[in-house]
Design a protein. Structure first.
Length: 212
């Protein structure tokens, strides 16, 4: 079973509390979501491989470290996942960005795909799939199914990143894709009868884009 990690850095926990608040404005919610994405990027990239490189400083020649291995891609699950992309890409500007559109049917709670567009070399990259919420797990599982089954991305090269997760969603995602590492900023109590995370932070997409 792949790793499940709650990123409990104090700055991240503080910022998650802010975006949970009902009175947090759209502007502040959007800005802080991006900030959390950037802070989490430090953790999710902790195990990126390095290689030696010889460079010249203004004084001497020296052997130092640089990133090696697979190139990176960030794939937000639309639309809410867009709120985390800029923070991650600001830290890793060379990363390519793909998009996958999923929405949850409010009656069946199943994820329905309506859009997919990825870099042509997506299967050669390490992929970070991002979505603020991991509730039932249906959207995350459907997105990963698409990447693995249609685009031949190795599940071992995929990491799922969210802000808030429910135990039910974590369990479902681990069972469906046991090779995919999961990172979250908070593991909440569970789901209500409508499939929403409690205590949660509301509908992340509506709060990021100011819609109802």
């Amino acid at each position: 079973m792949a790793n499940f990690t709650v990123v409990d850095h104090p700055l991240i926990q503080h910022k998650v509390t802010i975006i949970r608040k009902e009175e947090t404005s759209t502007k502040e919610f959007r800005e802080i979501t991006n900030e959390i994405g950037m802070l989490m990027a430090y953790e999710i990239t902790r195990d990126l491989p390095l290689e030696d490189v010889v460079i010249n400083t203004p004084l001497v020649e020296t052997t130092q470290k640089q990133l090696a291995g697979k190139k990176l891609a960030v794939v937000p699950i639309l639309r809410a996942g867009l709120g985390m992309v800029d923070g991650i890409v600001d830290l890793i500007p060379s990363a390519r960005v793909g998009h996958i559109g999923m929405y949850r049917d409010h009656d069946t709670l199943q994820a329905i795909e309506y859009f997919a567009k990825f870099p042509t070399d997506i299967k050669e990259r390490r992929v970070f799939v991002v979505d603020p919420m991991l509730a039932t797990g249906a959207s995350a599982i459907a997105a990963l199914n698409q990447l693995v089954n249609k685009y031949d991305v190795d599940a071992n090269n995929i990491t799922f990143v969210c802000l808030v997760a429910a135990p039910e969603g974590v369990k479902a995602l681990q069972e469906a894709h046991p090779d995919v590492d999961i990172f979250t900023a908070a593991l909440d109590e569970g789901l209500d009868e409508n499939g929403y995370i409690l205590p949660g932070l509301g509908d992340a997409g509506d709060r990021i884009f100011g819609t109802k």
